[in-house]
Design a protein. Sequence first.
Lengths: 329, 334
Amino acid sequence: MNMLRSREAQLTLAIFALLALVAWRFPAFVAPGNLAAVFNDTSPLILLALGQTVVILTRCIDLSVAANLALTGMTAAIINVMFPGMPVPLIVAGAVVMGAALGAINGILVWKLTIPPIVVTLGTLTIFRGLVFVISDGQWINAHEMTDAFSALPRAEILGLPMLSWFAIAGFAAFVLLVRYTALGRSFYAVGGNPSAAVYAGISPGRTQFLAFVLSGAVAGLTGYLWVARYQVAYVDIAGGFELDVVAACVIGGISIAGGAGTILGALLGALFLGIVKNALPVVGISPFWQLAISGAAIVIAVIANGRAQRRAGRQILKRDGPKAEGAR
Amino acid sequence: MSETTGVEMRIIPDRLRSRLQRAMRSWEVLLVAVAVGVFTFNSLASPFFLDAWNLSDATFNFTEKAMIAFAMALLIIAGEIDLSVASIIALASTAMGAAVQLGFDTPALLLIGLGTGLLCGAFNGFLVTGLGLPSIVVTIGTLSLFRGIAYMVLGDQSYGGYPSSFAWFGQGYVWWVITVEMVIFAICAVVFWIVLHFTQFGRTVYAIGNNPTAALFSGIRVARVKFTLFLLTGLMSGLAAVCLTSRLASTRPSIALGWELEVVTMVVLGGVSILGGSGTIPGVVLAAIIMGMVTFGLGLLNVPGIVMSIFVGLLLISVIAIPRLLGLVKVRLT
């Protein structure tokens, strides 16, 4: 029975129940080919949720991921248009570095100036999004302007799955290894669980949070390239409001917003749950305009469920009760 | 940081600075200086700035947001936040639009708008104080939920056909260039000023923000006060929805998109600590006027709205960052 208590088990059950419900009326939805398509469609959400997870683990939140994605995606597209000869791996590496740099801006502000992460990322969200407009001059970059090599990578199929899906799978594996078996991964939990204790264990909470933001930014940068290349279009509003879906995926996946608790598997399942809902809506004939309300309701319900599972008194996340022994810094 | 060290020696001066000296160093005085600077710059940069009617139109840039900012200031001082305010506007506006289709008239519309705001605020307040959940995530959730309901109802449609008497709130003038919204803004400012600075309720808001545990032990009903503040924020969002809907005379589900950021920026620019416990209403009033004038001035210079949002984002971060940077420098020097 204890197995069923975990969020991961409950979510897996919920996902199967959801699939069964849709399959009952529309059996074609659960055909392997369609499920793979749903997974591929959910891959950007999975990638971003992985990055967001480590940020939330350290008691922070990164609302700028979608804007970061848009800015790096647009930059990648512009570079592709201006220098069609540039090899794609270089562009991908550039997108990761640029995303990491944007994440580092968030991280520095949180680490060195101890500004609450919610304020920092709300601010950088608008700044990044505004910069997309500035660098693109409000113009769209369409499929015919991109080189074939640029837009082929996410669609290239290996073993029947597109590269985009493989990126999500590889990202998942990498984050599981990072969080379970590396010192940095463990320090994410340590800092989120108890910053004061982390300080005494020789971990700098600020630095760890900074690295979490860099990681989240790097993933957002990578996803930015994948997004633009997959849909073969770049414009100012790509992935607008997507940060809410990302936070929703994490919260549904049982990542505690108070930090220090949650698993990478949970984030994956949370993203899959949202992705299946999103893809099932048009199939069962519900207007896509319901999607926003459904993810909102999902966040609220998941937060309530999380709150019941781990009720602890006196935890307030606006007030980040910082480590008490920071005098040594 | 001095607030987190705890072990650091506190330097207590022998004598307080004089009242005038302290006043001169306050955040509000700095804001007045900035406001004067922005005003002078704008009037030099554009020949159209110093025109009574243009200035009157410019107030629409901030009056509706400021109404919410007053309530948000109290909420942030008490250590909570509400990111769903713009979505409450969308939902309240949708409710009013639906009521128009059913043939309701202006007084009923006003009640429906305010009532929807109150209900949304009560929902947020219940989740935060009743269930003890963190307000940031709760209101990120209701941010999607409330606007999502507006999208469910409206889709890609819009509501219009508001009665002509309803236009009074957003388009009416009380006297010469003085708009109805300006008067509502001024009344709200005075009411919130009195409530925060001159009533017992206002003192409890500060007490809760500084130390909720101590506030609880000194007999303050913390949960009840916070719930009231969420109600108040919802109500003011409803009021802003009435004004905005009346001004635009139509409702789309994307109405007031992204306003939560501008409202929070206004509050923080006004000198309210994002960590709770300090801040004043006059500061928020000044911040509202400055933000209104900056956006109006940039608009006169043909700067597109999305580029203006870069300034808002930079403003939000730098307002918090600069004092801390200066603090860091000071620590290094001593």
